[in-house]
Design a protein around this ligand. Structure first.
Ligand code: SAH
Length: 453
């Protein structure tokens, strides 16, 4: 029986889906952060449950050739990057393995080795930043939350964010300090400034700064805009997000534009998209393009084909498919995203796309009942995967192909299994890394209708 606070020698053999190292000690699975497969370590046990234990590495006894010195000064403090302690090669291999393991173990599939499309760059890639604001050692500041806490640690430069985001953060903190603007205290639910949110269009160079506040207006709004514009000359717009509710949601429901158009534009796959603070937009543009290209290539569209895109967001994949297909339909639950999607179609002169706002399950059911028979269904759901009514309705519509884009290999594998039990065959899976240094991974699985002889 493992004892808490005791140290044990152990060799790590793999990783959990959160990126923790996995080893076995006395027959029990033990998880520890910052471990690398193949390493022999001295592990201190911190917590023992009925089935698994958690520990931390006291000392690495035999070091992996993939171990590197973290390039970020905040590694281990900030809860953002999980893989600062290993090289990118090991990170890619563990992500590909994670997708393969999920498909095999949860999905019961055997699709062979899963290839991962690595990112060309692992730094400065995020086009969206969310900095919590709070008191740090008695001073107002902004940065990131300390791991597993809501304590704000000030950050000067985040290695995966754009430089503009850091400049907006620093200029906002400067404004807070200059005019003594109160920062939000989440325990007391008092104070004003909660978050600094930045979105950049990397292709267009446009930048949106959004200040999230526990109030309807800001003091010294004009001065804020001036200070932000001085810090980032290519700033496009400044928005206030009114967020007076308690809780962890970053953005509030109401927005007021303080300066500029209130939205920015960016380009993806040769198309132009309008983005508001709320619209879903993949945080890594270069890799999103490659993800969409791969997913659409697998769909094998041509002008005779109709494609249905469930969970379409602002219509990114839908409109990319529209270029190759006869017609496309996009479905999404957030009204504002659908409005953006319609405008995005217009903006790009795309006339063969229809969008409607609905729950994917209800929409799929209705389309199936109306006799809509798309040749291809593309799904790109949130982490929880697709619901059972979506599975059933997709099968009723009987498309030749289903292309499943996923941000969680476990739910992908579960859903693919359900589709396999209903006459579809998974023939190919691959992974794309949109989140270098972080534990998330995107994957794509192609399913084709089985021909009954
Ligand atoms: N394909 C898009 C968006 C993917 S994110 C892109 O790549 O940009 C998943 C989207 O599913 C989000 O926009 C979210 O609002 C939407 N969504 C979540 N639950 C939904 C549901 N039940 N029905 C329809 N859409 C849903």
């Amino acid at each position: 029986m493992l004892k808490k606070n005791e140290c044990y020698e152990a060799e790590f053999t793999g990783y959990t889906s959160e990126g923790l190292g996995v080893t076995r000690i006395d027959g029990m699975a033990v998880f520890a952060p910052k471990a690398i497969a193949g390493e022999k370590c001295l592990v201190k046990i911190l917590k023992v449950t009925k089935t698994v234990a958690f520990g931390k590495i006291e000392k690495v006894l035999v070091e992996s050739p993939h171990r590197v010195k973290p390039s970020c000064a905040y590694a281990g403090l900030c809860g953002g990057c999980t893989f600062q302690h290993m090289d990118y090669e090991e990170e890619c291999s563990l992500k590909a393995q994670r997708v393969e393991d999920a498909l095999t173990r949860i999905g019961g599939l055997n699709l062979g080795k899963v290839d991962l499309l690595a990112a060309k760059t692992t730094g400065d890639y995020r086009n969206k930043a969310q900095f919590p604001v709070g008191m740090c050692n008695g001073k107002a500041d902004a940065g990131f939350f300390r791991q597993r806490s809501h304590q704000v640690i000030p950050i000067k430069r985040c290695g995966i964010q754009s430089e503009d985001a850091d400049k907006i953060r620093a200029a906002t903190v400067n404004w807070i300090k200059t005019y003594r603007v109160p920062v939000y205290d989440e325990v007391a639910h008092s104070g004003l400034i909660r978050h600094i949110y930045v979105r950049c269009g990397f292709k267009t160079g446009q930048v949106l700064a959004c200040i999230v506040a526990n109030g309807d207006k800001l003091p010294r709004e004009k001065e804020l805009v001036t200070m932000l514009r001085e810090a980032v000359p290519n700033l496009t717009t400044v928005v206030l997000s009114i967020h007076k509710k308690k809780g962890n949601a970053v953005l509030g429901d109401e927005f007021r534009t303080l300066w500029g158009p209130g939205t920015i534009e960016d380009e993806l796959c040769g198309l132009r998209f309008q983005l508001s603070p709320r619209s879903f937009y993949q945080v890594n543009g270069d890799q999103a393009e490659r993800l969409y290209d791969r997913a659409i290539a697998l769909a094998e569209l041509d002008e005779t084909k109709t494609a249905l895109d469930l969970y379409c967001g602002t219509g990114t994949i839908t409109l990319c498919m529209a270029k190759a297909a006869g017609s496309v339909i996009g479905v999404e639950i957030i009204e504002a995203a659908i409005e953006d999607a319609k405008k995005n179609a217009e903006r790009n002169g795309i006339e063969n796309a229809r969008f409607f706002c609905a729950d994917a399950g209800e929409a799929a059911k209705r389309l199936a009942e109306e006799g809509t028979r798309p040749d291809v269904i593309m799904v790109d759901p949130p982490r929880k995967g697709v619901s059972m009514d979506v599975i059933e309705a997709m099968v009723t519509m009987s498309p030749e192909k289903i292309v499943y884009v996923s941000c969680d290999p476990a739910t992908l594998a579960r859903d693919v299994k359900l589709l396999e039990e209903r006459g579809y065959k998974a023939t190919h899976a691959e992974a794309v890394d949109l989140f270098p240094r972080c534990a998330h991974v995107e994957s794509i699985c192609l399913l084709s209708k089985e021909i009954n002889n």
